[in-house]
Design a protein around this ligand. Structure first.
Ligand code: GSH
Length: 137
């Protein structure tokens, strides 16, 4: 059975969770909390040297990190992934947009504000992320 290391408070993990649910794929969910630095434990780094969730374990020892790569792996050949070349590319367009233009500004701000409690040492990060986040519209 597929195994996912992740945490539902993370948008990147929730995307994988929703994809699995939409496709009725059975999976085992291993709660892994980045705020508690569980992603930096040696056992986790041995599975994903990048130290980030979500992480999909496809078969024992076969790991796939990166939420959008995981979603693509799960969705290929299903109703969630168009076979038509242009529409398939449009799916990729939004996945790349999300990672390049949304995640580094909006999602990271949410993480610092909601889960780290907006500590003073991160004020400059939030300020720096505001403008690129606004330009999204
Ligand atoms: N591009 C990656 C980003 C993953 C990511 O940033 N995960 C965060 C939680 S949302 C994480 O694991 N952070 C822990 C850390 O960096 O130690 C993806 O889409 O999966």
């Amino acid at each position: 059975m597929l195994r996912v290391y992740g945490h539902l408070s993370s948008g990147n993990c929730y995307k994988v969770f929703l994809t699995l649910k939409q496709l009725n794929i059975p999976f085992e969910w291993i709660d892994t909390d980045a705020v508690k630095h569980e992603t930096r434990a040696p056992e986790f780094l041995a599975m994903n040297a990048n130290g980030k969730i979500p992480l999909l374990e496809i078969s024992p020892g076969q790991y796939l990190p990166e939420s959008n790569a995981i979603m693509h792996y799960l969705a290929e050949g299903t109703k969630l992934c168009p076979t038509d070349r242009f529409h398939h590319a449009q799916v990729l367009q939004w996945l790349f947009f999300e990672q390049y233009s949304h995640e580094p500004y909006i999602a990271t701000s949410r993480f610092v504000l909601k889960f780290l409690g907006n500590p003073p040492e991160r004020f400059s990060d939030i300020e720096r992320w505001k403008n690129p986040g606004r330009i999204l519209g």
